[in-house]
Design a protein around this ligand. Structure first.
Ligand code: GLN
Length: 457
């Protein structure tokens, strides 16, 4: 019933929202099989039978995986991403694959080769990015749970602009195996849901050590659903030290976003939290460092799309191997992807490497140290999840710098590898659109984010 209801909902609204690139043609059979197993007395977990939307960056054996790119049109993977395999094993029912900016580069889903997704709150506005499809699907009740990936905010910023919950786990907490790599030192897979508890339930399914991912942490994790339940019950805000970054520029933040942020902080204070002003002087340089490190890693990761190993191949009669490769990449990659490959190869080239990539890595270390110092004084850091509410489709598409600046509050967590959550903090007064508040915690303290997030809900 749940699967059918969500497929019906997709049929009814996705023509307008366009959250899905592909809808499964066998979701009902998968759901029926779970029913049969339940009937036969199989002890299934708490999420068995719950439908799931999957960001198209995650490879699947039974549905195409394009990462939003023409170069992978129709691509069928021989393996499931670990998070997909674990979701199937837990009885989650994959509904389909969701739209995204090409190779997860963007903050609006407008860079998808398959057209933009629309924000269910206002169809003229962006659903965030790169995982706008997953967030829009959850916000529009097309799916109760979704998987996203977050390299610089692609789970948290879409959650912010769609009134949903999104969590980027500690780097290494969730397997990246089968997540088409954007920037391997920054990428993390995580949940996009409507409640903090739902996120915890999904994180419990997908998280934990995976020998297929060499950066996967070996340790055992606590139950994040249990942490969310604990937070919802009680007084976890009492005595909680909440860091507020004094250097975070006030300008650039929309009035309603700042007001909602201050309102959420006041509510926390009223419940016994202590607000502590902290200094993170390098936080604001995160965007500059990220937009060198990310293109550098991305240019290397995308080198594998060479017309031979995966996807598209444009033949050049009488041409050399290089001609075919160039024609294929020219036809298969969109403008934003090309822009970043050019930036990345330039930043990595001899003579410029130290000046650009090397400097950015040093800034990355300084940001990590800022976090270490801050977390010696506070339990969590709070920021607005993004500077503005959902902007209009087309508004920033011709201005990459404006698009990049949108990530100012989300990027530092990826550079430092720490977990971050965005939860709804209300609607902005001037436009009535959703606003999120972000909490960051020390690495491995994801459970703390579930406790605090659930306490605020
Ligand atoms: N907006 C960021 C970018 O364009 C987000 C990327 C991501 O998290 N996948 O790089």
């Amino acid at each position: 019933e749940a699967t059918r209801a969500h497929l019906d909902r997709i049929a009814a609204v996705d023509g307008d929202i366009r959250a899905f690139l592909h809808v499964s043609d066998h979701a009902l059979e998968v759901a029926a099989d779970i029913d049969r197993r339940r009937g036969a007395g199989d002890r299934l977990g708490p999420v068995a039978g719950v439908p799931l939307a999957i960001k198209d960056v995650l490879v699947t054996t039974d549905m195409p995986s394009t990462s939003g790119s023409k170069i992978l049109e129709g691509y069928l993977s021989p393996v499931d991403a670990t998070v997909v395999a674990r979701s199937r094993a837990a009885g989650l029912v994959p509904l389909g694959k969701t739209n995204m900016d090409e190779f997860a580069m963007g903050s609006s889903t407008e860079h998808s080769a398959y057209g933009a997704t629309h924000n269910p709150w206002d169809l003229d506005r962006i659903p965030g990015g790169s995982g706008g499809g997953s967030a829009a699907a959850v916000a529009a009740f097309e799916a109760p749970l979704a998987l996203g990936s977050d390299t610089g905010g692609s789970i948290r910023q879409p959650a912010h602009v769609t009134g949903t919950v999104g969590l980027k786990p500690t780097y290494g907490g969730v397997s990246r195996y089968g997540a088409i790599a954007l920037a391997s030192s920054l990428d993390q897979v995580g949940p996009v849901t409507r409640t903090v508890l739902d996120a915890g339930l999904l994180h419990d399914v997908i998280g934990g050590h995976d020998p297929h991912d060499s950066t996967s942490l070996a340790e055992a994790w606590p139950s994040f659903a249990a942490a969310a339940r604990e937070g919802a019950r009680g007084d976890v805000l009492k005595g909680l030290k909440v860091g507020v970054i004094k250097e975070l520029p006030d300008s650039g933040f929309q009035a309603g976003v700042s007001a909602s942020f201050r309102g959420a902080l006041a509510a926390m204070e009223a419940h016994g939290a202590e607000l502590v002003e902290i200094s993170a002087p390098h936080f604001e340089y995160g965007v500059a460092a990220y937009y060198l490190i990310l293109p550098a890693e991305a240019s290397s990761n995308l080198a594998k799309f060479d017309s031979v190993r995966f996807g598209l191949r444009v033949d050049v009669p009488g041409g050399t191997v290089e001609d075919v490769m160039a024609a294929t990449r020219d036809a298969g990659f969109g403008d934003e992807v090309k822009r970043r490959i050019i930036l990345g190869t330039y930043a990595l080239s001899a003579g410029y490497y130290d000046a650009y990539y090397g400097s950015a890595q040093k800034v990355r270390t300084l940001i990590q140290r800022d976090f270490d110092t801050a977390f010696a004084q506070v339990d969590v850091i709070a920021t607005p999840s993004a500077p503005t509410t959902a902007f209009r489709l087309g508004e920033k598409i011709d201005d990459p710098l404006q698009m990049y600046l949108n990530d100012v509050t989300t990027i530092p967590a990826n550079l430092a590898g720490v977990p971050g959550i965005s939860i709804p903090s209300g609607l902005a007064e001037e436009d009535g659109l959703p606003v999120g508040i972000q909490f960051l915690a020390p690495a491995r303290e994801d459970a703390r984010l579930y406790r605090v997030g659930a306490a605020l809900e």
